[in-house]
Design a protein around this ligand. Structure first.
Ligand SMILES: C[S@@+](CC[C@H](N)C(=O)[O-])C[C@H]1O[C@@H](n2cnc3c(N)ncnc32)[C@H](O)[C@@H]1O
Length: 211
């Protein structure tokens, strides 16, 4: 998995560099509106004065709409985003504590009321370790919101897993695979939302809790 992950991370920076060329000044505002829609779809009121963790946060993650909370955000590409992505600088978010490292290497020294892992888990190096760590991060009674692409067809999933044709995403799973993995690690599913429909993948929000 490691060579796949390294290649995916190399391509991820390139993807954001190309993507930003197409963006106008309204991009960050639009992305913040998108995050509010995601929270509403998952029935999560915007947290206030809570401990919040954004895992695989990227350069415009949900941490951008978490003012008034104690926010931490983890992503191995933060230093590269800082130098290559015009709309991202950590200085714009003085209240967010950023960790430039893979989540698999993140030291869990506290728990959080809200953990977000959006559009990210299928990029990770070791999904088993990461799901265990997400569980360790969550305070009992807290909420984990995961946003994922789930394969719609078993035969296409098998092809994608075997031929490794979706280079940006080392992890290729269906909604049922994700649900089984989170359940195996102790999470309870509170809500599943099919947010968009695609030909190969649907996009789902999984709202998970720890009893
Ligand atoms: C598609 S971006 C999503 C960013 C953000 N959550 C959003 O939705 O805008 C996926 C992110 O996952 C990050 N990522 C990849 N492997 C990771 C890992 N092992 N631990 C934490 N983040 C990782 C990538 O660096 C990338 O920034």
């Amino acid at each position: 998995m490691s060579y796949k992950w390294k290649l995916a991370q190399y391509l991820e920076v390139r993807w954001w560099k190309n993507y930003q060329k197409k963006l106008g000044k309204e991009y960050l505002g639009n992305k913040k509106d998108y995050w509010q829609k995601i929270l509403a779809a998952a029935d999560i009121s915007a947290p206030v004065n809570k401990d919040v963790l954004d895992v695989g946060c990227g350069p415009s993650g949900i941490y951008t709409v978490m003012d008034g909370n104690r926010v931490q955000a983890v992503d191995p590409l933060l230093d590269q985003y800082e130098s290559a992505i015009d709309f991202f600088t950590q200085n714009n978010y003085p209240e967010v504590h950023f960790f430039a490292q893979p989540f698999e290497d993140f030291d869990v020294v506290q728990t959080y009321d809200h953990v977000y892992c959006l559009n990210a888990i299928n990029h990770f190096r070791d999904i088993e370790v990461s799901v265990q760590k997400l569980y360790a991060c969550l305070r009992p009674g807290g909420t984990l919101l995961v946003g994922i692409d789930g394969h719609r067809h078993g035969f296409l999933k098998k092809i994608f897993q075997t031929i490794h044709m979706d280079l940006l995403h080392p992890v290729q799973m269906s909604l049922a695979d994700y649900e089984a993995l989170f359940s195996k690690r102790g999470f309870t599913t509170q809500k599943t939302v099919q947010y968009t429909t695609g030909n190969i993948f649907n996009y789902y929000l999984l709202k998970l809790t720890k009893e």
